[in-house]
Unconditional design. Sequence first.
Lengths: 209, 209
Amino acid sequence: MNSCFSPLLEHLIKTLQYLPGIGPKSAQRLAFYLLDTPKNKTIAQELSKALSDAATAIHYCKKCRNFSETDICDLCNNKSRESRLLCIVETPSDVIAIEKSGGYRGHYFVLRGRLSPLDGIGPEEIGLNLLAEQLKNASEIQEIIIATNHTVEGEATAYYISELVKPFNVKITRIARGVPLGGELEYVDSRTIAEALNHRVNVDVRIED
Amino acid sequence: MNSCFSPLLEHLIKTLQYLPGIGPKSAQRLAFYLLDTPKNKTIAQELSKALSDAATAIHYCKKCRNFSETDICDLCNNKSRESRLLCIVETPSDVIAIEKSGGYRGHYFVLRGRLSPLDGIGPEEIGLNLLAEQLKNASEIQEIIIATNHTVEGEATAYYISELVKPFNVKITRIARGVPLGGELEYVDSRTIAEALNHRVNVDVRIED
């Protein structure tokens, strides 16, 4: 019923709907916004260029599998970071989340997924062969922090990795589960509370760094 | 804190945030999605091209002020539509809404806004000089349906247009206000109910077409 539009506008609205979370209404609103004024058209052109440039130039770091324009990403190349620590996360977003926390200065390994045999996602699909290879060659790594999500798949992946990593004689840790800071017990789900009780720690005792 | 990213990726995330309703988190999610797999990168390239093509080629119809690739849009050029009817709407989205209703076969005039003197939007900004000119020259138009929104600015704009159009000896109508179809009185706001009572109609009597 959009036949009252020009073909290019229809095509733009259709293409915008490929984006996650953008339905027909939002796509229409975005398209109208981007064509509304000369200033907005400049934004459209800028966005067009940014998309094309990024899609052309950005690949994956050959070491950590995070997004990168170069073969090895800046973070992996950063000599000021502690090479004895390797944190394994599910997605590039998790890298940002941890970087934002400011509590970590080591390196990362990005799985870009989690084990899910039913969806055909095995160890190779999440780069675990690459990880094993790196552990064989790089003797610098002393601790592997498994920071996959505390979901069923995340836990299964964490278990698989811990088994995979065992032979390499490195310390294996898992990010702590518990009640989030600022979280009131009343509003925290019961499974989290049960886990927080199970993993209770002695006061003033922490895992050694 | 996004310094763990490549410059092109950061730029893409920043540019996506110019879109209405897209914040830092959504922009990041969209960017990651568009770069995730070769298939998604194809979408990114396609979207890039669609944006650029649309922003370059799409302008406004010189007659109805709707989006168009040509000087006069397809809808204005469509000889099968009734040239005696002209419906005045605020935005291109309103054109779609009315077209979807299937209840109208005339032409449109798109204000692309509403009178709002405090924001510097006067009659010229919403194309009323163009409308007056068309009415002077085109004797075909017999009825003008004012379909601006039932808001304060929309009503003010409707009043202004009705005053402007009076000298041209055409029938002036306004889309009806009332309780929406499927709307239950219990959940309809009180102003709408008051208006629906004020504009009550005799059973089996409608405005003549």
